[in-house]
Ligand binder design. Structure first.
Ligand SMILES: [Zn+2]
Length: 306
């Protein structure tokens, strides 16, 4: 009884084939490098409200009626951030809520962000003469002069339609003394000037301020736009590679499945053939005449009917 062992081996082979794992497409190495985003820090000036804790500091900035500088600066920061995020810039705010933050802590947050540009947003005030008006930009050191000029030029362009005078740039060395990146303090209008106070309450005017600062930043450093283009190109390459991987993965899986079923069917056919041979060889000689007799009778019956 040696032959019946072969079908058992073949059956085991079929079982093994059906449990064979599907081939997986090897993950390709990325053929592109995703550039680091350009980082800009924005400081919404002032912040914080009085609490039950008398030791807790708070700083609303300029207050005219119910209007507070700290609320305008935070809103301007959000509008400017939205423009920069669309430009693929990574934006870091020194505060995102109505929070009191010391100047030294604000600078720590800017420094930790590895920002390449920094603007502090404020609105101006001049006690005693409500006629004083206009937009101005302060810079701490001469190495920030060209950045301040670019921001001022951007503001002059977007605020021209609102007849807000361009008061130019001015050095204020006492502001941001630790600055080591291009730094500008933006004062886009006077809350003590009734006409500019009314403008500062309008969303369209706030958008114009944010756009002016944004365009000034783009003009100050062409790297912002270059990094945006690099990121867009890298994202397109990543998306194309992802699509290609999905397609080749589906192909490989389809081929593996077809191969496996081919092997299974082939195995079953071979098994069936071998089993038949084995059964025939095991038949005893006494069975053969029986088969012949039967066919002989059938033939006779057929011949009788005719
Ligand atoms: Zn201020």
């Amino acid at each position: 009884m040696r032959l019946p062992r072969l079908p058992v081996v073949l059956a085991a082979g079929v079982v093994l084939l059906t449990s064979m794992p599907t081939a997986r497409a090897a993950a390709a190495e990325p053929s592109f490098v995703m550039p680091s985003p350009y980082v800009i820090a924005i400081d919404p000036g002032h912040g914080g409200s009085p609490t039950s804790d008398p030791t807790q500091l708070w700083d609303p900035g300029v207050v005219v009626g119910t209007v507070m500088e700290k609320d305008i600066t935070l809103d301007l920061a959000f509008r400017l951030r939205a423009l920069l995020v669309k430009e693929r810039v990574k934006v870091v705010l020194t505060r995102t809520t109505d929070e009191y933050v010391e100047i030294s802590e604000r600078w720590n947050r800017v420094h930790a962000s590895a920002a390449r540009l920094f603007v502090s947003l404020h609105v101006n005030a001049f006690n005693g003469d409500p006629a004083i008006d206009g937009a101005t930009v302060f810079y701490p050191k001469p190495d920030s002069l060209s950045f301040a000029q670019a921001i001022d030029a951007g503001l002059a362009q977007t605020l021209r339609g609102y007849q807000v005078p361009d008061d130019g740039v001015a050095a204020k060395p006492e502001l941001w003394v630790r600055s080591d990146i291009p730094t500008a303090t933006v004062e886009p209008g006077y809350l003590t000037n009734p006409r500019e106070a009314a403008l500062l309450s309008q969303a369209a005017f706030r958008d114009a301020i944010a756009m002016g600062v944004f365009q000034g930043m783009l003009a100050a450093d062409p790297q912002i736009e270059q990094v945006r283009q690099q990121i867009v190109r890298a994202e397109a390459a990543a998306a194309a590679q992802h699509r290609a991987e999905l397609a080749s993965g589906a192909d490989a899986a389809g081929t593996a499945t077809a191969t496996r079923w081919g092997l299974i069917l082939g195995g079953i056919v071979v098994l069936w053939v071998v089993m038949r041979i084995a059964i025939r060889r095991q038949m005893s000689p006494s069975q053969l005449p029986q088969y012949r007799r039967r066919s002989y009778r059938r033939r006779r019956a057929v011949s009788r009917r005719s």
